[in-house]
Design a protein around this ligand. Structure first.
Ligand code: ARG
Ligand code: GLU
Length: 720
């Protein structure tokens, strides 16, 4: 079965152009066949088998999915895990209050009993992966419609998964690769008792905040420390005081040597999503239509939220997580648009399409199979583009109003209660779930902020479309208030039950038909229903087109591979384990400017500004700097190195990923990409794309010297 996959990659590493940067996120399963020779040539000193092995302990056994969207790595035989500060952010924020502000002050467990549990947080190990393309595609034929195809694939997938022998804590999933030309099965072990061990203060862990985010030069100590707990058999278990630290199959060795320019490095983790093989029309849609609107709408939200945070320290904590995540994509989209323009990516894609089309037409057989493929994209995108734009307004403007998306969660309960023979058990369960989400919602909700956001977002939504193309509720609002959304939202907030936690709690404790009526008559709920009806309608219209486009993309993927048989293709990221490799490298972002590949403690002091929350430098850190109390974490140049850039191809999800040197020792924790390189999700530019890695020595320096938690470093395996 492996052959199917490899045949598509076509291995000709020898013909590849030599550059200092390496595009590609490779599947560890095929590392030996596809990448090992090249990696060794570039400097790797260990074998592919040491990195990923199906049969013996390898580096892969120390790499985890942290939570739902990050990577982490095990660094001690007591289950200690390192990840980014921004990956542990939710957990740190949850344990924070004005009295114990761990976000601002940091948190360090000085012994095991002080480690804090985090219900819902998981750490996931990969047990096994194997290619199952043939079994998944069994009975799938070309003449099927996309729906028939998906149905058959779902049936096959279910059957394959049912045949897996699994134990408690396991999860089996099958994911498509190369747009559904191939499939791989993954078996995971999911640990559910993960405790917070340490986090630096925000002015280290988030130093530079959203201003420095996505930028180089960078000085963020973006790490946090957790520990995995297991039952007495070393298996996953729910939180219990009786659980013990997990004994891993493998933990990483940590190098104290640092990195030099042009050193070989590789990164191992869970990149989320890339789209490197898209047609030009899709890139156009994303960068020219979708991104500008989402950027504009998020700017409005962020302005309001940040102003409120500046005015009130409690609001700063409450909105910290929300603002960080809204701002993160907002800023990335801007970088992405710049990068796509700078690369002239749309023209490049169009050029490729023309060449491929000519190549297709030059051969009768190819012509018969593919002649209509590329032209069909244009047809589809003409119809798809306006719908996708509407969808952005629905999601970013409609559901961007916090209370609207919260109230929308009540629709299932309303339905259940109003059913003819409603089932008490189901209703109870729905209420329990809603109690949990209201707990989280009200803890961090400030109605005045949301009111201003609602007023701004609705104004944009209404201005973007003629009346008859708006959701029904917005048509009514516009007719009644003719543009005076401040007035409307003030009334809305005054009338709605959803700002009243007690009332909502009461209803959830006694969800009678009469009480539920109060919800279904609520103006916020009515607004949410109108939005979701609108969203559903768009989705129905989009679905058919998307199905056509999915099928075209799968064929186009295959066509691109046939057109360039000498090229080594890697599958787009899909939140499965990948390896990327490259070199420690500087870059030149613009004419006459060249960036050094590393930053130091000196730079933190240069950036210091006591009047700005994100640029405060702790006295303790200044003291360590003044006395040069750097211990074994000092670089040969006499200072502390904070972060470095390298040409490893990464994306969101690679946060927290271990970065290794040629010997497979941990040299850093990946946490970002550079602003000039954020278009790499759509098109990689070896000249500009760099991943940003926290130097592991700064991380250890902060744990040991700054926080006085050297007992954690003692647990680790350091290589001098
Ligand atoms: N840009 C990084 C990533 O995509 C870090 C995000 C968290 N930091 C922040 N300032 N919002 O996840
Ligand atoms: N910060 C990103 C994350 O959370 C990694 C940076 C990137 O997108 O490359 O995964």
């Amino acid at each position: 079965m492996k052959k199917i996959f490899i045949a598509l990659f076509v291995f000709v590493a020898l013909f590849r152009l030599e550059t200092n940067a390496k595009e590609g996120m490779w599947v560890p399963l095929f590392l030996q066949q596809l990448n090992e020779a090249e990696m060794k040539k570039m400097g790797l000193n260990i074998s592919a088998e040491d990195i990923y092995s199906a049969s013996k302990a390898s580096l892969k056994d120390a790499i985890v999915i942290f939570g739902n969207g990050c990577t982490g790595e095990v660094v001690s035989d007591q289950g200690l895990v390192l990840t980014n500060h921004h990956c542990g952010y939710g957990a740190i924020q949850n344990h924070s209050s004005i009295e114990h502000d761990y976000l601002t002050d940091g948190f360090w467990a000085m012994n095991r009993s002080e480690e804090l549990s985090n219900p819902g947080l998981t750490v996931t190990f990969l047990v096994e992966m194997r290619e199952v393309s043939k079994a998944v595609l069994e009975g799938v034929i070309d003449s099927m419609t996309e729906e028939e195809r998906q149905k058959k694939i779902a049936e096959n997938t279910k059957k394959i998964i049912a045949e897996e022998k699994i134990v408690d804590g396991n999860q089996v999933i099958i994911k498509p690769f190369f747009s559904g030309n191939n499939y791989i099965l993954f078996v995971y072990d999911i640990f559910r008792d993960v405790r917070l061990v340490g986090a630096p203060p925000s002015n280290i862990g988030k130093f530079g905040g959203d201003t420095d985010n996505w930028m180089w030069p960078r000085h963020t100590g973006d790490f946090s420390v957790f520990r995995i707990y297991a039952d007495k058999n070393n298996r996953p278990a729910n939180y219990s005081a009786d659980n013990v630290p997990y004994k891993p199959i493998k933990h990483l060795e940590i190098s104290l040597k640092g990195v030099q320019e042009n050193d070989f490095t590789f990164i191992f983790g869970y990149p989320g999503t890339t789209n490197e093989y898209l047609p030009s029309d899709e890139i156009k849609l994303i960068t020219e239509i979708e991104n500008p609107v989402r950027i504009k709408l998020r700017t409005l939200r962020l302005n309001t939220m940040k102003a409120a945070q500046d005015a009130d320290p409690e609001v700063r904590i409450q909105y910290a997580g929300k603002v960080a995540s809204i701002a993160n994509s907002w800023k990335k989209w801007q970088g992405e648009n710049n990068g796509i323009k700078r690369l002239d990516a749309i023209a490049k894609k169009q050029e490729l399409e023309t060449k491929i089309q000519n190549w297709v037409e030059a051969d009768a057989h190819r012509k018969a199979t593919y002649a209509n493929l590329i032209p069909s994209f244009q047809e589809i995108y003409k119809k798809l583009s306006p719908l996708r734009l509407k969808n952005q307004y629905f999601r970013e403007a409609g559901m961007g109003i916090e209370i609207v998306s919260f109230s929308n969660q009540f629709s299932r309960l309303v339905e259940l209660v109003n059913q003819q023979n409603s089932e008490t058990e189901k209703i109870q369960k729905a209420c329990e779930q809603l109690k949990i989400s209201s707990e989280a919602f009200y803890k961090n909700y400030v109605p005045a902020i949301d009111q201003k956001v609602a007023s701004d977002l609705l104004a944009e939504f209404i201005a973007a479309y003629p009346l008859n193309q708006l959701p029904e509720a917005l048509q009514n609002i516009q007719m009644k208030y003719s543009g005076n959304l401040e007035d409307y939202t003030a009334k809305l907030m005054k009338k709605t039950l959803f700002v009243n936690r007690l009332a909502i709690d009461e209803i959830l404790s006694n969800p009678s038909k009469k009480e539920i009526k109060r919800i279904s008559n609520d103006p916020v709920y009515i607004l949410a229903k109108s939005f979701s009806k609108y969203g559903q309608k768009i989705n129905e219209e989009i679905r058919d087109l998307e199905n056509q486009s999915i099928s075209l993309r799968r064929q186009y993927m295959k066509l691109q591979m046939e057109y360039e048989p000498a090229k080594m293709f890697y599958p787009d990221a899909n939140f499965t384990m990948r390896i990327a490799y490259g070199f420690v490298d500087n870059y030149s972002p613009k004419d006459a400017v060249k960036y050094e590949y590393f930053t130091t403690l000196e730079g933190i002091l240069e950036k210091e500004d006591p009047s700005i929350y994100d640029y405060v430098v702790e006295n303790r850190l200044k003291e360590l700097h003044k006395t040069k109390d750097y211990g074994k974490y000092v670089d040969a140049d006499g200072t502390i190195h904070v972060a470095f850039t390298a040409s490893n191809h990464t994306t969101g999800g690679n946060s927290g990923s271990p970065v290794f040197n040629a010997d497979g020792q941990l040299v850093g924790i990946n946490f970002d990409r550079n602003w000039e390189g954020t278009m790499s999700d759509l098109m990689y530019d070896p000249d500009q794309c760099r991943n940003i890695t926290l130097d592991i020595r700064y991380c250890l320096f902060v744990i040991d010297k700054f926080a006085g938690a050297g007992h954690l470093v003692d647990e680790m395996t350091l290589i001098k």
